[in-house]
Design a protein around this ligand. Structure first.
Ligand code: NA7
Length: 520
């Protein structure tokens, strides 16, 4: 939506294609119960409309899916965005035609058109992953995926519900589904390290404080590694401390655990940089689970082992563990034996057969590359994107790929993207692309694309800065690494150097006459 808004200012003609029936992206598709942003609402908002910043009243620290979708709809109306969008339309094929220096774009409605520039705003978590399980087609009950939830909602009352997956989506959905379902069975492959979200309503006083400080908040966002200001950090109680966990005695660690709960464990100076310090924090995490879960077997099943805190994207929850103390909730720890098959009425595991009326897949996404790879994209000389990326994604700054001129990716692999507040990352990319197109138009330049050399150096740099972090620990299996998709190359896809440094790099590239790009 912001790209459309900016492209109009350049006087370019625009066609936007959207698979959904309306705007909202992630917040349009992920309507599952409990869906909520994990970045504070005052930060997870556009900065380009200063009047809207002053008018909009976020109701909670972390906004719900419903509230963000209302916000997205409001932006669309306020800036008359929809008139340039063809909804219910998927782009299925794109081919660069070097006789016209344009892309031939084809949709699933049989429409085709030429575009001089293409901006791929296809999202990082927009290609749902529904793992094939033996017998899954036989199931006769209702089946849902959290990432394609029906608009009309789902009624769980009086039903036996199974849910596969305990990442952010599962963790958010479980406590809410448990409240209405007759029974809820959770099929868990990997227990999660989740921290309390401390979500709560925002007061008028806090909102006014934020509105008066928005200019400073936006500046702090741009200067922070993750696009979140200290205003927001205060709201989620995740302030780092200089204390190292290894320097505390076991008694001191327990006293701190009693004082801060789960929330303090990530904030020690050494936990996210030293694997042995991390393991101490993991032990304390497991102690805390034992304390709050009534059934010892369930507590054992919920304890994460074998991977560090901070390897996967941090999950924030509201009442997740409390759900496991309910009589209608059963945990199936798949570490003791996986799902064997799905039948017409049940899920069968080593630990027994679970009869179900509804099966919910909270099994995540083919992240960062999935949405792009499902379009048949062919660059210069007919080179397929899927071939170029066969060993993992390659792009310069996560914005453009060698061999694919005038094609831009928003928050693509190799940029801070999912490691940043997405709204901050999106605005930075849109502004950069708008300035770039303005430059091309005024200087009468036909094409821009990175050199192979610049692309290779950037990919090496992205890999280098990812090393030594918990994200790339040998025992880590996350969607950042593509490890959740069978056969996907194990590459750490986002740029971990921080959006503040990345922004400076992008600005320096422009100042050096688009260093690393070939302009023709
Ligand atoms: P995630 O974080 O990828 O979580 C998916 C969950 O589904 C995770 O617990 C997986 O276990 C589990 N999973 C995946 N495939 C299977 C199979 N075959 N059997 C059992 N369990 C499986 O996706 P989310 O939608 O929760 O969150 C994605 C992002 O959206 C999140 O990080 C936020 O940024 C918002 P695994 O851990 O792979 O063993």
């Amino acid at each position: 939506m912001y790209m459309i808004h900016q492209l109009r200012k350049l006087g370019l003609s625009i066609r936007a294609f959207e698979a959904g029936s309306d705007v909202g992206g992630t917040w349009y598709w992920n309507r599952y119960p409990g869906a909520r942003c994990d970045v504070p609402s005052i930060e997870y908002s556009f900065s380009f409309d200063k009047e809207l910043e002053q008018e909009w009243n976020w109701s909670e620290v972390m906004a719900s899916q419903e509230e963000i979708l209302v916000y997205a709809n409001h932006i669309a109306e306020r800036h008359d965005i929809r008139r340039d969008i063809a909804f219910n339309t998927r782009v299925i094929r794109m081919e660069f035609d070097d006789t016209r220096d344009s892309w031939l774009v084809e949709t699933d409605h049989g429409e085709s058109l030429y575009a001089h520039y293409c901006v791929m705003a296809t999202g990082c978590l927009s290609m749902p992953n529904k793992p094939p399980i033996a017998g899954d087609k036989d199931f006769r009950g209702e089946v849902y995926h959290t990432g394609t939830w029906p608009k009309e909602g789902v009624d769980f009352v009086g039903k036996k519900v199974g849910i596969i997956g305990t990442g952010s989506s599962g963790v958010q959905a479980i406590p809410v589904i448990a409240e209405s379902a007759e029974e809820l069975v959770i099929f868990q492959r990997t227990p999660v390290y989740t921290l309390p979200a401390f979500n709560r309503p925002l007061s008028d006083k806090y909102r006014n404080e934020v509105k008066a400080s928005y200019a400073d908040i936006r500046k702090m966002q741009r200067e922070s590694p993750v696009g979140i200001s200290s205003f927001g950090t205060r709201a989620v109680a995740q302030v780092p401390v200089p204390q190292k966990i290894v320097d505390l005695t076991p008694e001191e660690r327990q006293a701190e655990l009693a004082r801060t709960g789960f929330s303090g464990l990530r904030t020690y100076a050494d936990v996210l940089s030293d694997l042995s310090a991390n393991e101490i924090a993991c032990d304390l995490y497991r102690d805390k689970i034992e304390e709050i879960i009534d059934n010892p077997e369930t507590a054992e099943g919920l304890k994460p082992h074998g991977y560090p805190i901070g390897c996967k994207r941090q999950v924030f929850d509201s009442n997740y563990y409390a759900a496991f103390n309910r009589d209608n909730v059963t945990l199936v720890d798949l570490r003791k034996g996986g799902i064997e098959r799905i039948t017409a009425t049940s899920v069968q595991t080593d630990q027994g057969q679970f009869d179900l009326d509804v099966l919910v897949y909270a099994t995540g996404f083919d992240a960062m590359t999935g949405a792009l790879k499902r379009i048949d994209i062919r660059g210069r000389g007919g080179q397929r994107l899927t071939d170029k990326w066969v060993d993992g994604p390659r792009a310069y700054l996560g914005i453009q790929m060698a061999g694919f001129p005038n094609l831009f990716t928003i928050t693509g692999p190799g940029s801070p993207s999912v490691l940043s507040n997405m709204l901050v990352a999106i605005e930075q990319h849109v502004d950069w692309i708008r300035d770039c197109l303005e430059h091309l138009e005024t200087e009468h330049i036909d094409t821009i694309e990175p050199t192979e050399d610049a692309e290779n150096k950037w990919v090496d740099h992205v890999n280098e800065v990812g090393q030594g972090t918990m994200f790339t620990a040998p025992t880590c299996n996350s969607w950042y690494l593509g490890a959740n998709i069978v056969g996907k190359p194990r590459i750490f896809m986002p740029y971990v150097g921080g959006i503040h440094r990345y922004r400076a790099k992008c600005e320096a590239v422009v100042a050096n006459n688009y260093e690393g790009f070939r302009l023709e």
